[in-house]
Design a protein. Structure first.
Length: 359
């Protein structure tokens, strides 16, 4: 089997893998969630195992502590969040009305400069774009919901996920060793090197970005709460946790926070303080958290990551969001590998004796 036939086999295997994800997307969520938790907690299990714990005991102890912490956090956060979600729903109409009133002089000046025909065209275009954006966003959220929790029994989600996480965390090294034994012997060193690079990128992003999101969520929630913003807890948590999508979390939180501040406060000082909180958060993320916890470069460009997350969410729902980062990391590593192979091949340099080599 030559190298092109092997490449075809790997491509065919990847296509089959993607097709299986699409076909089984309705039942994959608890398994992917459990796998993600196990991958996130594997370094802690390794540390406990090095201290003398058995792998099973380390896995059980870590997962018990993890799920207890998650449950306690949900018990503490969900009730006030529920109230703030209801308050936000009732505040949205008032927020748009206040924004319209405050921006009316500026918009009116701009509107007066337009002819009647230009104003009509602008109004029609704005209405069409707004309707399209709302429909696209609604379809995206609907796809995430229908591809995720809506098709699963919530009870089974909470039962299956811990079980999957435990067995994956307990047998992680054994599974990797078994997969390694199945690699073709002549290409095994290359595959191991690529797998190690993919793992480095995934670890840097998943573990590092999760920590960054938690720190930002706490910072935004505390900062907005200190200003006295009524919905500060909700806005701060959502903005922080959504920061794994480049620029989306901070931008959304800033816009909603400014709108709520304009409704709640009469002066501009609290509004400026809300903007200051998000500005400090961005500086903290860009110059301290991301370089320290993730590294200057993990090989995932923000645009490529944003596309992968949106495509995964559209195709597979919440499961697709969980799968998007590993697939994006793997694809990035493989593309760089293929580019390196291409630059070292005769196809790039020209065949021996050709005019390209004679220059």
């Amino acid at each position: 089997m030559n190298r092109w036939q092997r490449a075809l086999v790997w491509v065919a295997g990847f296509v089959v893998f993607v097709l299986l994800l699409i076909v089984l997307r309705g039942v994959l969520l608890p398994f992917m969630l459990g796998l993600t938790i196990a991958y996130f907690l594997d370094p802690v299990a390794n540390r406990l195992q090095a201290w003398g714990f058995s792998r099973a005991l380390a896995a059980a102890f870590i997962l018990l502590a993890f799920f207890v912490a998650v449950c306690l956090a949900l018990v503490a956060i969900v009730p006030p969040l529920q109230k703030q979600v209801i308050a936000l729903a009732s505040t949205v109409p008032e927020m748009f009305e206040v924004l319209r009133a405050r921006l009316q002089p500026i918009l009116q000046h701009f509107w007066d400069e337009l002819s009647d025909e230009q104003a009509a065209d602008l109004r029609d275009a704005a209405g069409g774009y707004a309707a399209g954006a709302v429909k696209w966003f609604g379809d995206l959220l609907g796809g995430i919901w229908s591809g995720g929790v809506a098709l699963l029994d919530i009870l089974s989600l909470f039962i299956v996920t811990p079980v999957v996480a435990f067995y994956m965390l307990r047998d992680w090294a054994r599974i990797l060793a078994h997969l390694d034994s199945l690699l073709p012997q002549d290409t095994a060193p290359t595959v191991r090197r690529l797998a190690a690079e993919i793992d480095r990128m995934m670890a840097g992003f998943i573990r590092g970005q999760a920590t960054v999101c938690l720190v930002l969520a706490v910072f935004y929630a505390v900062g907005l709460g200190a200003i006295g913003l009524k919905l500060g807890l909700l806005i701060g948590l959502v903005a922080g946790l959504a920061s794994f999508i480049p620029y989306v979390g901070a931008t959304t939180g800033l816009l909603v926070g400014l709108g709520v501040a304009m409704v709640q406060f009469t002066g501009w000082t609290p509004v400026a303080l809300v903007a200051l909180v998000f500005a400090i958060g961005q500086v903290l993320e860009t110059y301290f958290l991301t370089p320290k916890l993730i590294g200057e470069s993990i090989g995932l460009h923000p645009v490529w990551l944003l596309f992968a997350l949106m495509a995964g969410g559209s195709l597979l729902g919440f499961t697709g969001i969980l799968v998007a980062v590993p697939l994006a990391a793997a694809f990035g590593v493989l593309v760089r590998f293929w580019i390196g192979e291409y630059r070292g091949s005769d196809l790039y340099r020209g065949a021996p004796g050709s005019g390209a080599n004679d220059r």
